[in-house]
Design a protein around this ligand. Structure first.
Ligand SMILES: C[S@@+](CC[C@H](N)C(=O)[O-])C[C@H]1O[C@@H](n2cnc3c(N)ncnc32)[C@H](O)[C@@H]1O
Length: 389
């Protein structure tokens, strides 16, 4: 049964009842209870929707309580923090623009664009998903239209900006190769010849990004979420950018940086900075240098707070040998051990298990490679690049 059955009348009533009483794990009892008053298919649809709303809070915050979802649509939707940032950037360059979202899903991006004062039209090939997006605009009191259709056959002339967030799933599985996107990459690159913004996976190879297009890697609370490609009037002339949410710090330049021996601090650049290839911007920000020219760790002799990286104070260099590390953990009474690594082939969880942490002290072990040698540093975490809750 479609979500549209839940929009009014008994459907809306049973959905409100399901949402009020839904708790993870109580689906069966809830269905049984509501079936005494409502039709079985309606109850199943409402309880499924209540469960999706509950799950959607992580992406949509308080809006989730009023929104409608399909399982796939929720899975693929952009989280509000990221879509809000993108919509604000778009609206700052082209206030009030007419935006068409090709493959709008359940409307995650559409909602933020409408809220940013843009005139939105969504195009979605799946009718149920399109109906969900339409219901979401209406539930949140936003104007805009959603059409059922194919991205490739949409007439783009009425719009100032094209937005696309191609599906990166096939047969229920995530696809990592941009050549497997839908609508396809060949169509995406055509869009990027006009004024457009396209959301892509953060693993997009740099050499796949067309000339003159800015790629912006975005992280949220330290986790890289996606990249967005900006073209035409939306491309500011820079080629790469890293933006770190929720603070919004942004960096675009990669100055030259030296490499040299470890200083008093090690800085671990945020993943968006690393993906964007802008690690040397961290070196510039903290008056530091790279530990190794090919590895994304920066070191410096002083502590300089920066939103671009987490900082660790270096306490001691340790041999990268299991026996020596185990003895270090034991003699220091380390019970909480954070392991950071770059450029070395190891599984931090497995190593932690082997080192058997026990005790009340906590420490961070930074393991990396300098030239051909693996090295380990015992450290104390000073700051994270994002506020920890
Ligand atoms: C990643 S989702 C979009 C998510 C959306 N940005 C959000 O935040 O909710 C991609 C959507 O594009 C739709 N789609 C894929 N290929 C399409 C095409 N050729 N034409 C129209 N829609 C398409 C899929 O059905 C899917 O709902």
């Amino acid at each position: 049964m479609s979500v549209t059955a839940l929009l009014e009348g008994p459907g809306a009533e049973v959905l409100a009842a399901a949402c009020a009483e839904y708790r993870p794990g109580n689906e069966l009892q809830l269905v049984e209870k509501l079936r005494r008053r409502y039709d079985a298919p309606l109850v199943t649809t409402a309880v499924t929707q209540a469960a999706l709303r509950h799950r959607a809070v992580a992406k949509f915050g308080p809006d989730a309580e009023r929104m409608y979802f399909t399982p796939d649509g929720l899975e693929q939707a952009t989280r509000t923090t990221v879509s809000t940032h993108r919509a604000a950037r778009l609206a700052a360059t082209l206030p009030g623009a007419r935006v068409v979202d090709l493959g709008c899903g359940i409307g995650g991006d559409l909602i933020s664009a409408a809220r940013a004062g843009l005139h939105v039209t969504g195009v979605e090939r799946d009718p149920e998903t399109a109906a969900t997006a339409r219901a979401n605009l209406s539930a949140l009191g936003l104007s805009g239209e959603v059409l059922v259709g194919e991205a490739e056959s949409t007439d783009l002339t009425p719009y100032d900006v094209v937005f696309a967030d191609p599906a990166r799933r096939a047969d229920g599985r995530r696809v990592f190769d941009h050549n497997a996107y839908s609508p396809p990459w060949s169509f995406v690159t055509q869009l990027l010849q006009r004024t457009a913004c396209v959301k892509v996976a953060p693993g997009i190879p740099h050499d796949a990004i067309p000339e003159g297009v800015e790629a912006e890697w975005i992280s949220d609370s330290g986790e890289v979420k996606e990249a967005a490609l900006w073209s035409g009037q939306l491309s500011p002339g820079t080629s790469r950018r890293a933006t770190l949410l929720p603070g919004g710090a942004s960096v675009t330049d990669a100055p030259e940086a030296d490499s040299g021996p470890v200083g008093k601090y090690i800085y671990e650049p945020d993943g968006a900075v690393v993906r964007a290839g802008l690690v040397t911007a961290v070196a510039a920000a903290v008056d530091g240098w790279l530990l190794d020219p090919r590895i994304a760790y920066v070191t410096a002799s002083t502590y300089v707070p920066t939103a671009l990286a987490s900082a660790y104070e270096v306490l001691e260099e340790l041999p990268y040998k299991e026996k020596a590390l185990r003895s270090w953990v034991r003699t220091q009474g380390i019970g909480t051990l954070e392991i950071k690594k770059r450029g070395v082939d190891l599984d931090p969880a497995q190593l932690r298990k082997k080192l058997a942490p026990k005790g009340s002290a906590s420490a961070t072990l930074v393991i990396t490679r300098i030239g051909r040698d693996a090295v380990a540093y015992s450290c104390r975490r000073v700051t994270t690049s994002f506020p920890v809750a």
